[in-house]
Design a protein around this ligand. Structure first.
Ligand SMILES: Cc1cc2nc3c(=O)[nH]c(=O)nc-3n(C[C@H](O)[C@H](O)[C@H](O)COP(=O)(O)OP(=O)(O)OC[C@H]3O[C@@H](n4cnc5c(N)ncnc54)[C@H](O)[C@@H]3O)c2cc1C
Length: 388
């Protein structure tokens, strides 16, 4: 029996990997239960259970194993390239190197033919054979309160049908207006592929550009496998990040005294979701107002986001922190209060998550740090480091 890792493989539509393997004979799926549960792991477990029910009539087993189980030799799929929109090997500079900047990557990608969705997998009923038992899975109690996105492919396709890009280009940055698609958990877990998304007619330029950001992030992580822990701009290896545990904890808990930051962090903890604009605001606050190591934030997001995706997360953290190669410079510092006024002006979003706040666009008494004080301390640290 060939064991396939469920990682990004729990779908019938557009699954070249499983299609190839399924033709070769008896298969089973291995679903790895991590030692430490994350939001995404909870979601993936729910998808795996739905997948198991779907495959049961074909006698295709799904086996749950612990992270420590030495089944690697049997596992197939984890190292296979993810389903992408185009051939990254073909989208290279004239010198044959990978692109460091997004815009030329995007322009070149548009000149290539993109892959199409492949036909669905066809299952055949397998012979009954003995399968090692699964481990006892205990989902943590907090998971009961999380409202999960679609867990079956059928639900995911129904969800895709409800997506609209009418306001996407103009309003995607506005938090109180639902103009974004919320497809990221489905894409991160592989319940649907970007190719299927395009087949549903979701192909407005502004949106496709975001899908290509995803390609760019995945390409970059493949080229720089240590991008989760090392800045792409190597000069930043020596940057004097602060490692203030109490302030980091306050950021995680949504207790910084900046209403927009606190609302976003509380929403993340309670739901596993955060709007892209807010991800930028809170990441900037952590790395520039508090000057705390971007890797701490990156790790926390990996634990709490339903759409946690190693490539998208690391590359975006590097971009916001200003340590990547195509990043906004470190000395460009967002004003979180202005961001709140511009992108969540009515205050409804902030009050929903921070009901104690009376003035949603004001720094609260007892805030961790004032905006101007943070700005000058950060600039000073930056100048001092640059001189060394
Ligand atoms: C600090 C930080 C951390 C992030 N961590 C993650 C993460 O772990 N997982 C993740 O999927 N996205 C991450 N993003 C990117 C982005 O915020 C989310 O993809 C987006 O908010 C998901 O919501 P949506 O599906 O409604 O997006 P839409 O705007 O509807 O976009 C559609 C799809 O395009 C892709 N996409 C959109 N924006 C980006 C982007 N900036 N970079 C790469 N791909 C993008 C996603 O797959 C998304 O589902 C991060 C961004 C920042 C600033």
């Amino acid at each position: 029996m060939i064991w396939i890792d469920t990682y990004e493989a729990m779908r019938e539509t557009d699954n070249p990997l499983v299609r190839r393997v399924a033709e070769r004979g008896p298969i089973g799926f291995v679903h790895v239960i991590p030692n430490k549960w994350t939001m995404r792991a909870v979601y993936e477990y729910a998808i795996a259970q739905a997948w198991e029910a779907k495959l049961a009539p074909y006698r295709i087993p799904v086996r749950y194993v612990s992270e420590d189980e030495p089944v690697d030799a049997l596992r197939y799929g984890r190292d296979v390239p993810r389903v992408m929109l185009f051939d990254h090997e073909a989208v290279r500079t004239g010198q044959g190197t990978s692109y460091k900047k997004f815009t030329p990557f995007y322009k070149k990608a548009k000149t290539h033919a993109w892959f199409q969705e492949t036909d669905p997998v066809e299952w055949t009923v397998q012979d009954e054979r003995a399968v090692e038992p699964s481990i006892d899975v205990r989902v943590p109690q907090w998971a009961a309160n999380i409202s999960l996105p679609p867990v079956t492919e059928k639900e995911a396709h129904a969800f895709l049908q409800t997506r609209s890009l009418t306001d996407y280009a103009e309003r995607r940055d506005f938090i109180e207006h639902e103009a974004v698609t919320r497809l990221s958990p489905l894409l991160a877990t592989g319940l649907v592929t970007t190719r299927t998304v395009l087949r549903y007619g979701l192909d407005e330029e502004a949106f496709v550009r975001q899908l290509v950001w995803r390609e760019f992030a995945h390409m970059t992580l493949r080229e720089h496998p240590d991008a989760r822990t090392h800045p792409l701009n190597e000069a930043y290896e020596t940057f004097p990040w602060r490692h203030d545990v109490a302030q980091f904890q306050a950021w995680c808990e949504g207790k910084t005294g900046y209403p927009i930051v606190d609302a976003a962090m509380r929403e993340l903890y309670a739901t596993g979701y955060m709007h892209n604009r807010l991800r930028m605001v809170v990441a900037s606050f952590l790395t520039k107002h508090l000057r705390i190591d971007w890797r701490w934030g990156e790790r926390y997001f990996m634990e709490t986001l339903l759409d946690a995706d190693a490539a998208n997360n690391a590359i975006n953290w590097q971009w916001v922190a200003g340590v990547g190669v195509d990043s906004s410079p470190y000395f460009r510092i967002f004003n979180p209060i202005k961001q709140g006024k511009d992108f969540a002006p009515s205050g409804t979003y902030i009050r929903r998550w921070c009901p104690e706040v009376i003035r949603p666009h004001a720094i609260q008494p007892g805030a961790l740090i004032g905006h101007e004080a943070a700005r000058s301390a950060t600039m000073e640290a930056y100048e001092e480091w640059k001189m060394k």
